[in-house]
Design a protein around this ligand. Structure first.
Ligand SMILES: NC(=O)c1ccc[n+]([C@@H]2O[C@H](COP(=O)([O-])OP(=O)(O)OC[C@H]3O[C@@H](n4cnc5c(N)ncnc54)[C@H](O)[C@@H]3O)[C@@H](O)[C@H]2O)c1
Ligand SMILES: [Zn+2]
Ligand SMILES: [Zn+2]
Length: 340
């Protein structure tokens, strides 16, 4: 079977591998669609500290169960599924308090072990989620990025009527926008520095958009909120220099959701945090958000197909990586069709 393997930074290719048997406690999934994420690009560029090479990447995928391993009871051959990439130990401190996505022994499918960019992949039976009939396998491959949005919004604890500012209208910003709207957050401002991305944000329900390259976003937010500031700010731009500005734009008692993985420090004012009693929360992957997102998607309250800019056959995967390397602004979600 075919697999997309990263051998070392910048060294990737499609390779032929043996079809594995389903491992004990695991299921063998015949992958239908897999999405390319910024984190796959980070692995390819060699700036993901967790990955071990060679690696078959891909943590956003959906397919059909082809066989089940010993001891697997509640998943059956033929089940249409998508896969939660979070594998946790179950007994460390974060696991014990219900935070498996920051398990001290966290393993992420597609990062620490092989993922969805191959025709068949073994995954733990507990990580698969059966899909309702109305959900296509293409849309289901996008459940994972929406769980990022559901997770950060949960961490930010919205109150009814809260306004939300989202920095960045890439795929993650747009999933936050859609999930926020689906959860009843009505007033959503989105900022970016690329007009085309802001156009998409408005099409997907943003109340207003701000172009940070042309407008003074901070002044606009102060004017919009009569100087009170934003109760909710989600950072899907993840530019370290924006963090001090986020503190200034937040309202007293505001909550700021952070998603960035960059190690570059930001220049924060303690005073800004303390005088307004701000809450800054980190959000990593997802804490059991698959069922909620699958339900929102199946009920039509999310529009995952609107995020797909390219659908490409598996053979075009290396070309897709080159396109994303040179023209990331041209793409939203690139979906690779792996199997039938
Ligand atoms: N914590 C997590 O679990 C998690 C999961 C997935 C992605 N991420 C992170 O989320 C971020 C967004 O992911 P993505 O795939 O949407 O990336 P992306 O690059 O497509 O989107 C980022 C957007 O921010 C915009 N931007 C740049 N500078 C800006 C500014 N000054 N103001 C407003 N917008 C600005 C860019 O134009 C772009 O549209 C990445 O940094 C990624 O690493 C985190
Ligand atoms: Zn991802
Ligand atoms: Zn654990």
């Amino acid at each position: 079977m075919q697999a997309f393997q990263v051998n070392a930074p910048q060294d990737y290719r499609l390779v032929e591998t043996e079809i594995p048997d389903a491992a004990p406690g695991e299921v063998l999934v015949s992958v239908a669609f897999a999405g390319i994420c910024g984190s796959d690009m980070h692995i390819i560029h060699g700036d993901n500290a967790f990955v071990r090479f060679p690696r078959i990447t891909g943590h956003e995928f959906a397919g059909v169960v082809e066989s089940v391993g010993e001891g697997v009871e509640d998943v059956a051959i033929g089940d249409r599924v998508c896969i939660d990439p979070v594998i946790n130990c179950g007994h460390c401190y974060p696991c014990r308090i219900g935070r498996p996505n920051v398990c001290t022994a966290l393993e992420v499918i597609g990062v620490h072990r092989n993922g969805g960019f191959e025709e068949r992949v073994n995954v733990p039976a507990g990580n698969v989620h059966r899909l309702p009939e109305e959900l296509g396998l293409d849309a289901a491959a996008l459940v994972e990025p929406y769980t990022i949005a559901a997770n950060v919004l949960d961490r930010m604890q919205p109150h009814p009527g809260d306004r939300l500012l989202i920095l960045g209208a890439g795929v993650i910003g747009l999933t936050i926008l859609q999930v926020a709207r689906a959860l009843g957050i009505e007033d959503v401002t989105v900022s970016d520095v690329i007009d085309a991305r802001l156009d998409t944000a408005r099409q997907l329900g943003a109340t207003r958009t701000l172009n940070g390259a042309e407008q003074d976003v901070e002044a606009e937010i102060q004017a919009l909120t009569d100087g009170e500031g934003m109760p909710l700010i989600a950072d899907a731009a993840c530019v370290p220099a924006l963090l001090p500005q986020m503190l200034r734009m937040a309202s007293p008692a505001g909550r700021i959701g952070l998603l960035g993985f960059t190690p570059t420090p930001s220049d924060l004012s303690q005073l800004e945090v303390i005088k307004k009693e701000l809450t800054l929360v980190g959000s990593r992957l997802n804490n059991r958000k698959f069922p909620e997102v699958i339900e929102l998607m199946a009920s039509g309250r999310l529009d995952p197909l609107a995020l797909i800019s390219h659908r490409l056959p598996f053979d075009d995967m290396p070309g897709a990586i080159e396109m994303l390397d040179h023209h990331p602004e041209k793409a939203r979600k690139v979906l690779i069709q792996i199997g039938a």
